[in-house]
Design a protein around this ligand. Structure first.
Ligand code: DMJ
Length: 589
């Protein structure tokens, strides 16, 4: 639409003036009348154009696109220099395979079949005196298969066929046995193209574990005597059960039901979710303990670290596992993420890093319950960055197929919120690698104004390792025990964005592990203080080094067709289980 000539506009203005001034009304000229109708014409025209833009913004944009360049709103973390390339980084991927072999071959040489490995003393140990249950072997097998290590896989299979026994008269943790051994057997079953040996072992193990569900409510006890097939409570914690532990069995038990066509396992773990759903507190934040006698949450810490973490992780993954058919999990997940954002997500004082706090219940002098906010974040919480990003492109998607990386308009407002927090949490987790070794500590605390640490300007800016003092023995918080969570999030973020910066971060962590955790004679050991050089080691290689840390690194540098996130969910020990459409329907809503 062209501008009216200046004279015309002046006229219109004069006419308007005349209209406004009652003393001039009687002397309105025909010219003024013509001016006022022109004004009406323009006003109506502008209103019409406005309405078209309002009703059909995309259409108008398309019409104007040849002349005007529209800049799209972008999501946090957007990389303007992004080249979408998902091909494998072969040299780096091969370096990870070499690292896996360095770990596995040492274990196989020194401790084959033992539950745990101590690389410095070159010895193995078992979890109990009753003998091992294949903790390390089974936890490592699917990584070997993915890496194409056929000879190692064949030898491990041989061990499973001839030596693995669950006839052990001792107590084993229900959750750990499920995520490491059952999860490992099931993913190996799937990746070995249904080698029945693994399914048989999975069924035997799970049938031995079923008695843990024989409580008044169905909430499973913390331990199982595999030999006697008796559930055993956790006496150290008044026989209460951990929320994350009871709510992190579902992916494994449900997959077992689906491949064995026996819904017993499914029903047992679904009952747990039903209890959690009906007894959930408002807001939907889970205290870390529940009572198996009445199914209620017990007033206890609320946190996203130990005993809390994988409860949230499995809400999303249960929704994804059954092809997004069980809306109840989406609902539970969304409400939880809302509550986490409202109550736990905080920003650091100086660099404005996003982190998560914990809530500690306290009873005041008048007996009233209050919650103290503690700015403490476990390394474990670093799973949440990737999980939030995955949730954003699934539960928060407004379109069937979200782009890589997602576009602003493809996500709902909560999807965008979760994406942003996820990206920023990963950034924070990477920041906690700014230590003398480049490794992140087990636990960090963030500065808050009331901590009164800033005496003489020597206090840290944003985060610190509590209790770490020069010359003193390092606190447990200062350790790096080969944990995978930041790498797990980097892998998910890379798959959802194709942004090479996530690969670069993963490579930096891997190099720090190689430099400081690698033991010359074989294997990798934990470091007791990430801020001390040269490092001192703890003589232990956690089984998640081979099942998670090296697997997520391998996948980070593999091409994206290896275990696509659309077709698999990873259990919390990084064992990939395929997504399926359930024939068994959820029993609650
Ligand atoms: C693993 O055993 C699992 O990821 C679990 O959920 C929590 N922590 C360790 C690894 O850090």
């Amino acid at each position: 639409m062209t501008e009216p000539p200046i004279r015309e506009r002046k006229r219109a203005r004069n006419a308007r003036k005349a209209d406004d001034d009652p003393s001039e009304q009687s002397s309105k000229s025909p010219k003024a009348e013509q001016g006022s109708s022109t004004t009406i014409f323009y006003v109506v025209g502008a209103a019409f154009v406005g309405l078209v833009i309002y009703l059909f913004p995309e259409f108008v944009k398309t019409l104007l696109e040849p002349w005007i360049e529209f800049s799209e709103p972008t999501l946090p973390g957007y990389n303007p220099n992004l080249i979408t390339d998902f091909s494998a980084d072969v040299p780096k991927r091969d370096a990870i395979v070499e690292a896996f072999k360095h770990a596995w071959l040492a274990y196989e040489r020194d401790a084959m079949g033992d539950d745990e490995y101590h690389p410095i003393s070159q010895k193995g140990t078992n979890l109990t005196a009753a003998g091992g249950i294949g903790y390390t072997v089974i936890d490592s097998m699917d990584t070997m298969i993915l890496m194409g290590l056929t000879e190692e896989t064949a030898r491990a299979r041989e061990w499973v066929a001839n030596n693995l026994s669950f006839e052990r008269d001792a107590n084993f943790n229900t959750f750990e046995t499920t995520i490491r051994v059952l999860g490992g057997l099931l993913s190996t079953y799937h990746l070995s193209k249904n080698d029945n040996l693994y399914l048989e072992k999975a069924l035997e193990l799970t049938n031995r574990m079923m008695p843990v569900f024989s409580t008044k409510t169905g909430l499973p006890l913390s331990n199982i005597n595999l030999g006697q097939k008796i559930g055993v409570g956790d006496a150290d914690n008044n026989n209460l059960v951990s929320t994350a532990e009871v709510a992190t069995l579902q992916l494994e038990f449900k997959y077992l039901s689906s491949v064995s066509d026996d819904d017993t396992y499914w029903k047992a773990v679904e009952r747990v979710m039903q209890l959690i759903n009906s007894n959930h507190p408002t807001p939907r934040l889970a205290s870390i303990f529940m009572n198996p006698d009445n199914g209620q949450f017990v007033t206890s810490d609320i946190r996203l670290g130990s005993r809390g973490d994988s409860f949230y992780e499995y809400l999303l993954k249960q929704y994804l596992q059954t092809s997004r058919t069980e809306d109840i999990y989406r609902q539970m997940y969304e409400e939880s993420m809302e509550a986490i954002h409202q109550h736990l997500v905080k920003t650091s004082m100086t660099s404005h890093l996003i982190y998560t706090s914990e809530l500690i219940p306290e009873r005041g002098p008048d007996g009233d319950m209050t919650w103290r906010l503690t700015p403490k974040q476990d390394h474990l919480v670093c799973f949440l960055g990737g999980s939030l990003m995955l949730g954003a492109v699934t539960t928060g998607a407004l379109v069937d197929k979200v782009s890589v990386p997602p576009k602003h308009d493809e996500l709902s407002p909560t999807g965008r919120r979760d994406w942003k927090t996820g990206v920023e949490l990963i950034h924070t987790c990477m920041e906690t690698h700014n230590t003398a070794t480049g490794l992140a500590p087990e636990i960090v605390h963030f500065r808050i104004p009331s901590d009164k640490m800033d005496m003489g300007g020597i206090a840290p800016n944003d985060w610190y390792i509590k209790g770490a003092r020069p010359g003193a023995y390092p606190p447990l918080d200062a350790r790096y025990i080969l944990r995978p969570e930041t790498i797990e999030s980097l892998f998910i973020a890379y798959r959802l964005t194709a942004d090479k910066r996530y690969r670069d971060s993963g490579w930096k962590i891997f190099q720090a592990i190689e430099k400081h955790c690698r033991i010359e004679t074989g294997g990798y050991a934990s470091v007791i203080n990430v801020d001390e050089l040269p490092v001192r080691h703890e003589d232990k290689m956690e089984t998640f080094m081979m099942s998670e840390t090296l697997k997520y690194l391998f996948l980070l540098f593999s091409d994206a067709s290896v275990i696509p996130l659309t077709d698999y969910v990873f259990n919390t020990e990084a064992h990939p289980l395929p997504v399926f459409v359930p024939s068994i329907r959820t029993g609650f809503a």
